[in-house]
Ligand binder design. Sequence first.
Ligand code: GLN
Length: 384
Amino acid sequence: MNFPGTLKSKLHKTGTTIFTIMSGLANEYGAINLSQGFPDFPVSAELIELINRNMKAGHNQYAPMPGYRPLREVIAAKIQNLYSAVYDPDKEITITAGGTQAIYSAITSVIKEGDEVIVFEPAYDCYVPAIELNGGIPVQLQLKDPDFHIDWNEVKKMVNQRTRMIMINSPHNPTGAILTAKDMHQLEKITHNRDIVIVSDEVYEHIIFDGYEHQSVMRYPKLAERSFVVFSFGKTFHATGWKTGYCIAPENLMTEFRKVHQFQVFSVNTPIQYALAEYMSNPVNYSGINKFYQQKRDLFLSLIKGSRFKPLTCSGSYFQLLDYSKISDEKDTDFAIKVTKEHGVAAIPISVFYKNPIEQKALRFCFAKEDATLVAAAEKLRNI
Ligand code: GLN
């Protein structure tokens, strides 16, 4: 069936997200799915038990619009502890239906027709459509070789009176790159005395390797005062299907955020918020995550050795880019489909995260998997 009238798409350049496409293909061909980023190991039994207990105790009606207060309090304590940042749980922290909603609400609460938003490519695929749906103009700048760093001189040149927002993401999806203290100082200089709001996607804050410390914007008061900071319980607690996260911002930004949030989702899953409040009050439940994932990354890298894939540097996130230029000169989208169908491993082509795709022969592999899954996938990859 089809709508019989005239239909002018609001997102005429946008198709179905690559994560849905590649997971669909992986299922269809019975391939090991290292494409869409989600763990295949179980969530903590203690956390599941806490949710059960809270459901049975009858915490099944609407949570308060900004989120269950004890959970917001625990988050405030956590960020003070980790980043020495002080935020008011009543006015500056909101529980969201995952990182994507937080990003959408943040953009919607600020961006008007004609506002320019600087995004760095490869850019996670929900950024640009959210900007466009709000009438904003995405200004795409490419991250630079060899380590996907930001060229701040280029940013400086692109900033003008219409620049309303800069979006950053560290640890970065899909490249695994991270921002350093130097980057943050550059961002401070560029935004100083300008009406620029920052959206900082920090959903992989706890997944950072090799002794690096996560450079949250919240560590930098001059950045924090103009930032929406986005987090995900799904990434931190291996439960992407719960679609829960949170957004932190100074009061005047958060007031606008909540005006949008209340009519997008109103509020978020109650028993999960009760359970998380209790679970997160023990820092042990999130402090070991970087070590856990570094072992996964290192295992995957050691298993890939001897293959014709060349790993690119991954300092954070649970994604590893593998360069396949020694294997094929096919387009990454074609190569990803071929590897899925013919070799039984699904991965994400990274050209889909660009407006004008560059000739980069690399695929993104998710290593948030049981060791046995990684062993089986790597064996197939070594045979290509
Ligand atoms: N964040 C996940 C990834 O990068 C996917 C989320 C989604 O499927 N929308 O793979």
